[in-house]
Unconditional design. Structure first.
Length: 328
C-alpha cells in the first residue's frame, strides 16, 4: 500500500508541475505578472515599448500600449560610473541641495504634511492566485510574481526594489514627508490589490511603485514610467495627477542618471493601478537582463542617483500641483 501511495503522489506532483507556472521561466517580466501569464516573454528592443509579457486579450496591438508619451529628454547615454557632483552641476542637484540647506532647523520642510506610499515591487514568496483586474470585473490577473533577476549579479528584482525604496523613504522623510512602505522584507507576501489598499488607507498624496525591467534581448536598456489608464478608472483628477507625477518622475530620474529614456506608458491591466484611489506611478529603473544596467542597479552610487531623481520629480509634482490634503 505504501508503494502504491508513493506512486500516486508522484503522478499527482507531475500533473501539478505541468499546470503551475515556473517562477524562473523566461527572463522577461511584467511589473505585476498581470498580462496573460505570470511569467512570459518580452518584446524585442526594436519595438520602443517597456518589455512585458504578452498583451491583454483586448489590446488592439500585441505588446503595444494604447498611448505612448515620450518626454523631450535627450536619449544619449553618459558615463554613469561617475558620481553625481555635489557642487550643483545639474539643475536638479541644485534644487535638492537648496531644499535641504533651507530646511535645516525648520519644521516646515518641503514635504511636511505629505503622505507618500512607496511600493517595493514583487517579493521572494509567490502565491498562485488570480484576482479581478479591477473592482467588479470578471477578467482576472495574477496577484503575485517574483519579478526578474540580474543576469550579471544574480540578484532578484525584489531585493533591488526594496533597497532603493528604503533609500527613497529616508530621503523623503528628511524633507518632512511621512512615508509608508508596502513591505519591509523580501519574504513578505503582499498582493497587488493589497498594495493599492495600503496607499488608499493611508490617504497617500502619492503612490510610488518601484520596479526593474527584464527582457530576452540583452541589449534592452533604459528607464520607463507607467501610469494608470482610464478603462477601469473614472476619477479624472486622479488620472491627471498620476500622469503629471509620472512625467516629472521620468524626466528627473533620466536627468539624474543619464539613462536612456524609454518613455511613458499608459497601462490598464494592473490591479495595483485599478484599485488605487490616489495619484500613482510605476518606475522601471532599468533592465536587470542587461549586464551593464544590472551592475548599475546593484551599485550604491547609482541607486543614490535614482533616488535623487525620484525625489526631485516628487518635489516638482507637489510644487506644480499644490496637492496634499493631509495635515501631517
Amino acid at each position: 500500500m505504501k508503494k502504491a501511495g508513493a506512486i500516486l503522489f508522484l503522478v499527482f506532483m507531475m500533473m501539478l508541475g505541468s499546470v503551475l507556472p515556473n517562477p524562473l521561466a523566461g527572463s522577461g517580466k511584467d511589473p505585476e505578472g498581470e498580462t496573460g501569464s505570470p511569467y512570459g516573454l518580452a518584446t524585442p528592443e526594436a519595438i520602443p515599448t517597456p518589455l512585458r509579457v504578452k498583451a491583454a486579450k483586448d489590446s488592439p496591438v500585441p505588446n503595444e500600449p494604447r498611448e505612448t508619451r515620450t518626454t523631450p529628454v535627450d536619449e544619449h547615454t553618459v558615463d554613469r560610473g561617475e558620481a553625481l557632483k555635489d557642487d550643483g552641476s545639474t539643475d536638479t542637484g541644485k534644487i535638492l541641495a537648496a531644499e535641504k540647506a533651507d530646511d535645516k532647523g525648520k519644521t516646515d520642510k518641503p514635504l511636511s504634511g505629505k503622505v507618500i506610499c512607496v511600493d517595493p515591487g514583487h517579493q521572494s514568496v509567490m502565491i498562485i492566485k488570480k484576482v479581478p483586474v479591477a473592482p467588479g470585473e470578471s477578467r482576472t490577473v495574477w496577484d503575485y510574481s517574483i519579478g526578474t533577476r540580474g543576469v550579471e549579479t544574480g540578484v532578484y528584482e525584489y531585493a533591488v526594489a526594496l533597497r532603493v525604496s528604503k533609500k527613497l523613504r529616508t530621503a523623503l522623510e528628511e524633507l518632512g514627508a511621512r512615508v509608508i512602505l508596502t513591505r519591509e522584507r523580501d519574504d513578505e507576501p503582499v498582493g497587488n490589490i493589497e498594495r493599492a489598499e495600503i496607499a488608499n488607507a493611508a490617504k497617500a498624496d502619492a503612490f510610488i511603485r518601484i520596479h526593474c525591467d527584464g527582457s530576452d534581448i540583452p541589449e534592452a536598456r533604459g528607464i520607463s514610467v507607467l501610469y494608470p489608464g482610464s478603462r477601469y478608472i473614472d476619477d479624472n483628477d486622479m488620472l491627471e495627477k498620476s500622469l503629471t507625477l509620472s512625467e516629472f518622475l521620468l524626466e528627473e530620474v533620466v536627468k539624474a542618471t543619464g539613462a536612456k529614456n524609454r518613455g511613458l506608458y499608459e497601462r490598464n491591466d494592473q490591479a495595483s493601478f485599478n484599485y488605487c484611489k490616489v495619484p500613482c506611478t510605476l518606475i522601471e529603473m532599468g533592465f536587470m537582463t542587461n549586464p551593464e544596467e544590472d551592475r548599475l542597479l546593484n551599485s550604491e552610487s547609482y541607486q543614490d542617483k535614482l533616488v535623487l531623481g525620484m525625489v526631485n520629480g516628487i518635489l516638482r509634482y507637489f510644487n506644480a500641483t499644490g496637492t496634499g490634503n493631509n495635515s501631517g
